[in-house]
Design a binder for this molecule. Structure first.
Ligand code: PGA
Length: 265
């Protein structure tokens, strides 16, 4: 990763863990990573936890006065108002969140999130000063046909209008090949680096050099303690978006340590 960007490890808990689990998780995290809970300088790697929406308040309270950041897995396409069941970006920001995941393949594939609704979610997030983690990535058929790069460029192109208005450094991009999510089958470090570099060069060409350099690019898809350092050592990969392996505090701490060791070497 490049020295100028702050690395980021993001835990995406998806629809997992209950109240008591979260209390235990935070207690374990405190024991495993005391530097994130100490009244000292910010550790060199940002650690972000994205719990289910209903537990954002709980997480915020448990992590108060720590360096651990919190993020939402979703925000509504709409601002406040008569939208039963929705949670607005303003509410998420009010709960102390800094980040929001937008365009995750599970939202796109299972819940019909279209490019249009992704634009709306991005817009809501930006308005509330939340940093979006925009997820893109191809399916297996596209990868096998050799069109992964073209596919991801199209996904970026679909959001070009909105992302080109985002301040440099206020957007995170996650490259998550769908075939690698939750499957145990991860992209090779070379492929992940190639896609991260492609994403960055798209930003350089279509947004600005400044935005491209300031933007953390994460890899996601079956990241675990045994492979995270492989990705983290790549020049265009600044961290990871982690699902399954983020559900245990000890595993999250192990991944953070592996990245810290990589950063120092
Ligand atoms: P996984 O999920 O780590 O379980 O593959 C990653 C993600 O969906 O963000």
């Amino acid at each position: 990763m490049a020295a100028s960007r702050r690395p980021l490890l993001a835990a995406n808990w998806k629809q997992n863990l209950l109240w008591q689990d979260i209390e235990n998780y935070c207690e374990e995290l405190r024991a495993e990573l005391p530097e994130y809970f100490a009244d000292s300088a910010e550790p060199p790697i940002d650690l972000l936890v994205c719990p289910p929406l209903c537990y954002l308040g709980l997480l915020g309270a448990l992590l108060e006065d720590s360096h651990v950041l919190s993020g939402s897995q979703l925000v509504s396409t709409m601002g406040g108002g008569a939208y039963t069941g929705e949670v607005s970006a303003q509410m998420v920001a009010d709960l102390g969140c800094d980040y929001v995941i937008v365009g995750h393949s599970e939202r796109r594939g299972l819940f019909g999130d279209s490019e249009e609704s992704i634009t709306q979610r991005l817009s809501q997030a930006i308005e509330q000063d939340l940093v979006p983690i925009l997820c893109i990535g191809e399916d297996l058929e596209t990868r096998r046909s050799g069109r992964a790069g073209e596919y991801c460029r199209q996904q970026l192109e679909a959001q070009r209008g909105i992302i080109s208005g985002i301040e440099p450094g206020e957007l995170v991009l996650a490259y998550e090949p769908i075939w690698a999510i939750g499957t145990g089958e991860n992209a090779s470090r070379e492929d992940a680096q190639e896609m991260a570099a492609l994403v960055r060069s798209w930003f350089r060409e279509h947004v600005s050099a400044e935005a491209a350099e300031a933007m953390p690019v994460l890899y996601g898809g079956s990241v675990k303690p045994a492979n995270i350092a492989d990705y983290f050592s790549q020049p265009d990969i600044d961290g990871a978006l982690i699902g399954g392996a983020s559900l245990e505090a000890a595993s999250m701490a192990q991944m953070l340590r592996a990245c810290m060791a990589g950063k120092e070497s």
